[in-house]
Ligand binder design. Structure first.
Ligand SMILES: [Zn+2]
Length: 314
């Protein structure tokens, strides 16, 4: 057991030790025990985040160094929210685009630092219709890139006639993604999976990445509920069904790489440090294996059930 894992376990243990102060009901405790057992050491950070200390992302989350994580995948953002750039023979695909006010300050300088030319962005694929994901896309749309989002979320972000605009302008309706209909560029195909809950048209993505020339299948659950204080019971149900649906599609596709657009729960900074240090012989830490990827989703679902049980407490 390395030091980092020990530290995480200690932190999880500390939070755990405080938790009983809330007087968990047997139903809650059972759910938490189940989630913790599922998580084991590999997904201990996911257990810690989803079950013990969920929090929303923030513009002020600590910055990260723009990083290349696969032969053809780069990430830019902060520890709470990232956009991914996938390079192809026909240009760059962006998965999400950060917030509008992060284009000039974070996204463009980050891309340039990585040697990526922002004018090569031809497609922006948005995971869901919230401004921290689509906000940067109008910049690229104005310069000729296509923007893809689910029809359901295009509907939700469409400015209503006569309504006063609030915040930065959303992108103009462009490609409407549908479950299972691939979008892509230059031979890289992204399969969208509809996962409503966080928004009506949230999507998860399944797509190939390359490591030392070998192709691996990545999964990004793009509409993660980070906190669970607001949803209605119906939204909880819908979201649980969405996790199960994405899990089934991920297993079918053989997903073995775990990536998040809000990477608050997958030892993100630890992974980046590992890549930065170029530890020889170590496998890419984003490659978690086919048997482990679905467990990440199981921990998510299990912790959500614990939250639901907490709500049901007298
Ligand atoms: Zn969101």
């Amino acid at each position: 057991m390395n030091l980092r894992i020990m530290l995480i376990l200690t932190l999880a243990g500390a939070a755990w030790a405080q938790a009983p102060a809330k007087q968990e009901s047997p139903a809650v405790k059972e759910q938490l025990d189940k989630a913790r057992a599922l998580a084991g050491t590999r997904w201990a950070p996911a257990f810690q985040f989803f079950c013990i200390a969920p929090r929303a992302n923030s513009n002020d989350d600590p910055p990260i160094e723009p990083s290349k994580i696969f032969d053809n995948v780069y990430l830019i953002g902060n520890t709470g929210t990232v956009a991914y750039a996938i390079t192809t023979s026909d240009g760059i695909i962006l998965l999400d685009s950060l917030a509008a006010n992060q284009v000039e300050s974070v996204l463009l300088p980050g891309m340039r630092k990585l040697g990526l030319d922002p004018s090569m962005v031809k497609l922006v694929v948005v995971a869901h219709g919230h401004p921290d994901h689509f906000g940067g896309s109008p910049y690229f749309q104005d310069r000729g890139a296509h923007v893809a989002m689910s029809k359901e979320d295009w509907d939700t972000i469409e400015p209503r006639p006569g309504a006063k605009a609030k915040g930065a302008a959303p992108p103009k309706r462009d490609i409407e993604m549908k479950e299972g209909q691939q979008v892509g560029l230059g031979g890289v195909k992204i399969t969208p999976v509809l996962t409503p809950g966080h928004t009506p048209g949230s999507m998860g993505f399944i797509f190939p990445v390359k490591e030392n020339g070998k192709t691996y299948i990545a999964g990004m659950f793009g509409g993660t509920m980070l906190t669970t204080t607001r949803p209605t019971p119906e939204q909880f149900d819908q979201y649980l069904n969405s996790i199960a649906h994405f899990r089934a599609e991920a297993v079918k596709a053989g997903v073995e790489v775990e990536m998040q657009n809000h990477p608050l729960m997958d030892d993100f900074t630890g992974r980046l440090a590992q890549i930065r240090e170029g530890r020889t012989g170590a496998a890419n830490p984003f490659i978690v294996g086919r048997e482990n990827y679905p467990v990440f989703l199981d921990v998510m679902a299990s912790c959500l059930k614990a939250q639901i049980a907490v709500r049901g407490q007298p």
